[in-house]
Write a protein that binds this ligand. Structure first.
Ligand SMILES: [Mg+2]
Length: 358
């Protein structure tokens, strides 16, 4: 039903998803040009397009490029309230071997800053809120860390529509914290972390990242023959903590409290906080690359309008309607979005619309 809703919405906007869809071939899409160039080299070499290229190209037909579709997307967005949600790793910053070094570029930072001047903007990450804020360094965006289990508004928050979820507290630096649904798990999380540190750190290359409300065990630098023992070790620790569960990301295991709260719930919560949850003219734009972002894509599909955009350089099963190839295409998309909002005669700055300051 979700897919049907968004399909209807896309159809109404003129985004047909069929094998005859030519979205990806529109001029102006960097990827379309590079795909054509790569295809061309095959022709010059006299060989066929590679299987990888072919399967990616057919996947993109189903999930058109958000760059190639940009003009149509924005035509449909005119007069509606856009809210922007961004994952961090693999979306705003490239995935790197050492997660502590996943810095975003200055260009990306300034693009996000520009977008946030015009649209309410939130960064939703699996990292701790403090860590992702340290990377992003912007004061005019919402931060939702620990997969949305730790949400903080800009210092001058916009008005809540009904405040039904609010448990307002102050963090160490005196910033207002809006919502921490897993707060009661904090003491147990500390125990799990200590136990994991003790056992997992014996495996060469394994790294534990404390994301406050969840714990990541990175194994990007672990030898493949040790994957089995690492998994067994993590599971043996979790046997003593049945209130936690294990999920998998890109070369990372994540241990989270078993509560019904994910990036999709965080998206709904933020829309609610912005007073947008019941508005029929709201268009959430959500860009992410991870399996955990699928929960947010599903929420947008359920709303029947909005733009779920997956960042991926290879075909994958997704609830997203649109795609971007990599963080550099995300940058281009954000720059175009900021430019579009500036030039749009009906748009006003976020300060005027939402009462948020940079
Ligand atoms: Mg990610």
């Amino acid at each position: 039903m979700f897919t049907r809703n968004i399909a209807k919405f896309n159809q109404a906007l003129g985004f047909q998803r069929s094998s005859t869809n030519k979205q990806k071939l529109q001029p102006g899409s960097g990827r379309s040009i590079s795909m054509r160039a790569s295809n061309l080299s095959h022709f010059i070499a006299g060989g066929p397009t590679s299987i990888d290229d072919a399967s990616y190209n057919s996947w993109v037909v189903e999930h058109p490029s958000a760059l190639g579709s940009f003009d149509q997307m924005m035509r449909a967005a005119k007069g509606r309230k856009i809210a922007v949600f961004l994952d961090y790793d693999g979306t705003l910053a490239p995935i790197v071997d050492n997660p502590d070094l996943a810095f975003m570029s200055d260009e990306m930072r300034s693009a996000v800053r520009e977008v946030a001047k015009y649209f309410p903007t939130a960064i939703i990450s699996g990292r701790s809120r403090e860590k992702v804020k340290e990377f992003v360094q912007l004061s005019n965006v919402y931060y939702a860390g620990s997969h949305g289990m730790d949400i903080m508004a800009p210092r001058r928050p916009v008005k809540s529509c009904d405040g039904k979820y609010h448990t307002i507290a102050l963090d160490k630096k005196g910033n207002e914290v809006l919502f921490q649904p897993a707060k009661k798990f904090l003491p147990a999380i500390q125990k799990v972390r200590t136990a994991l540190r003790e056992k997992v750190m014996k495996i060469q290359g394994a790294r534990i990242e404390d994301n406050r409300f969840c714990i990541s065990v990175h194994f990007r630098q672990v030898r493949e023959e040790d994957y089995g023992i690492l998994e067994k070790t993590v599971k043996s620790v979790l046997e003593h903590y049945p209130e936690f569960h294990l999920s998998w990301g890109k070369k990372v295991m994540e241990i989270r409290p078993s509560i019904e709260w994910d990036k999709g719930h965080a998206l709904e919560y933020l829309l609610d906080t912005l007073g947008l949850s019941n508005s029929s003219d709201v268009l959430p734009v959500y860009i992410g690359d991870d399996r955990t972002d699928e929960d947010a894509f599903k929420v947008i599909q359920g709303r029947g309008q909005g733009y779920p955009i997956i960042v991926s350089s290879s075909p994958k099963e997704t609830k997203a309607s649109f795609s971007l190839h990599d963080p550099s295409e995300v940058l281009t998309f954000l720059l175009r979005l900021a430019r579009w909002s500036k030039s749009s005669s009906s748009s006003r700055s976020l300060a005027q619309i939402w009462g948020v300051v940079d």
